[in-house]
Design a protein around this ligand. Structure first.
Ligand code: ADP
Ligand code: MN
Ligand code: MN
Ligand code: MN
Ligand code: MN
Length: 385
């Protein structure tokens, strides 16, 4: 008949769409797969998995090719192309988009000498695509290199079941009410999905990403990992690759990751990408003076920054920055140890009068290239405002 297998099973076996998805995955077997992954392959050959940001500016894509050598730098990996009409990056009639490798990592999935290469995307005329924000970020970082910028990003995210319901939550409702118990929690009734978190941490470490910590977050099934401190452009490169690994590792567990800043409406916690920033002057004795100067400048360009702190011009963050346990999207605020502010000066920084500031406004799905570029180039934004 015309009905799909899914419709057939739902009708005859009364299974829900979510359970159905598990049926569809029944053909995978990680133990059997592992046997094939262990087959020896010649060690003068390797594979490069090209990874790039697609036309949404928040999702990642990848594809793999064999190389007849083992690359050590991204520049040795050949340029490639893909069909941009399937990724929202080109029209069908002129669909080739170029991939230029810009950062190289060890591949934690294929092991041996295989690599993951993060790529910039270019159109047929060799101009960056609309969602290639690395180009401009790199220009700013190169030009301002003498300020020695460091960035540390805290990537929050939520694990979902394949039916898009938060992982481990009862199917028809909510876990115990939003409470302070969950943040940094332990125990099977407080956190869901730690296997994914641990596997991801190890995969990042192996790959060569400067991952520096992780913790359970305020909502059950919500987690955070930190990357940094990283110098200049490497924060964006490492964070994007860490996101790729997160989606890919979770896929191995048949779990979905969402970076949406507010997937569960109401009182439930949203997700952010707090960005910690310092320059050489801020890290020196009495650097607090520089930190305060930077905050003063940031206060003048709040709206401009909000526009690039999520991929939808502020629309995504509007759902999160409600003023309930966060700052409001409409106002700029700052304070020492105050987590309800736009910018927080950590307690230790205030006490030692040196260190960094924390911008709490970037959404969990923000582009780290755009956020780091803005923080590094506050003067330009202020001059333009
Ligand atoms: P929070 O208390 O906000 O949860 P975290 O411990 O999660 O803080 O994250 C702090 C981040 O600040 C880390 O990513 C760390 O790398 C970063 N960081 C520490 N020192 C600096 C610095 N001098 N400049 C920039 N980032 C820094
Ligand atoms: Mn094809
Ligand atoms: Mn944190
Ligand atoms: Mn957090
Ligand atoms: Mn933080």
């Amino acid at each position: 008949s015309d009905q799909t297998i899914e419709q057939f099973l739902m009708k005859n076996f009364k299974v829900s769409g979510g359970i159905m998805t598990h049926f569809m995955f029944a053909g995978t077997n990680k133990t059997v797969l592992d046997r094939y992954m262990r087959l020896a392959i010649p060690n003068d050959e390797s594979h490069a998995t090209y990874v790039w940001v697609d036309g949404t500016g928040e999702n990642l894509r990848s594809k793999t090719r064999k190389l007849h050598f083992v690359p050590k730098t991204p520049g040795e990996v050949p340029e490639w192309s893909f069909d941009g009409s399937t990724t929202g990056q080109a029209e069908g009639s002129n669909s080739d988009v170029y991939l230029r490798p810009v950062a190289i990592y060890r591949d934690p999935f294929r092991l041996v000498e295989d690599k993951l290469v993060l790529c910039e995307t270019f159109r047929h005329n060799k101009k960056p695509t609309e969602t290639n924000h690395r180009r401009q970020c790199l220009d700013v970082m190169t030009w301002a290199a003498n300020t020695r910028p460091w960035f540390g990003m805290e990537q929050e995210y939520i694990l979902l079941d394949t039916d898009n319901h938060p992982l481990g939550w009862p199917k028809n409702g909510f876990p115990g009410p939003m409470s302070p118990y969950y943040s940094c929690g332990v125990g099977a009734n407080k956190v869901y999905g730690r296997d994914v978190v641990e596997a991801h941490y190890r995969a990042c470490f192996y790959a060569g990403i400067n991952i520096s910590g992780e913790n359970a977050e305020s909502m059950p099934a919500q987690w955070e990992f930190q990357v940094g401190p990283c110098k200049g452009i490497s924060i964006g490169d490492d964070l994007w690759m860490a996101r790729y690994l997160l989606h890919r590792v979770a896929e191995d567990f048949s779990v979905v990751v969402t970076l949406d800043p507010k997937p569960v409406p109401g009182n439930w916690n949203g997700s952010s990408m707090h960005t910690n920033f310092s320059t050489k002057e801020m890290r020196e004795a009495n650097g607090i003076v520089e930190i305060e100067k930077a905050i003063e400048k940031l206060s003048k360009v709040h709206e401009e920054h909000i526009k690039v702190y999520d991929p939808k011009g502020g629309k995504d963050n509007e759902r999160r920055l409600t003023g309930n346990r966060t700052s409001t999207i409409h106002d700029f605020s700052t304070g020492v140890a105050n987590r309800g502010c736009s910018i927080r000066i950590p307690r230790g920084v205030a006490e030692e009068r040196t260190g960094y500031l924390e911008d709490r406004r970037p959404s969990s799905n923000a582009d780290p290239y755009r956020v780091s570029e803005r923080l590094e180039d506050i003067d330009k934004a202020v001059a333009a405002a």
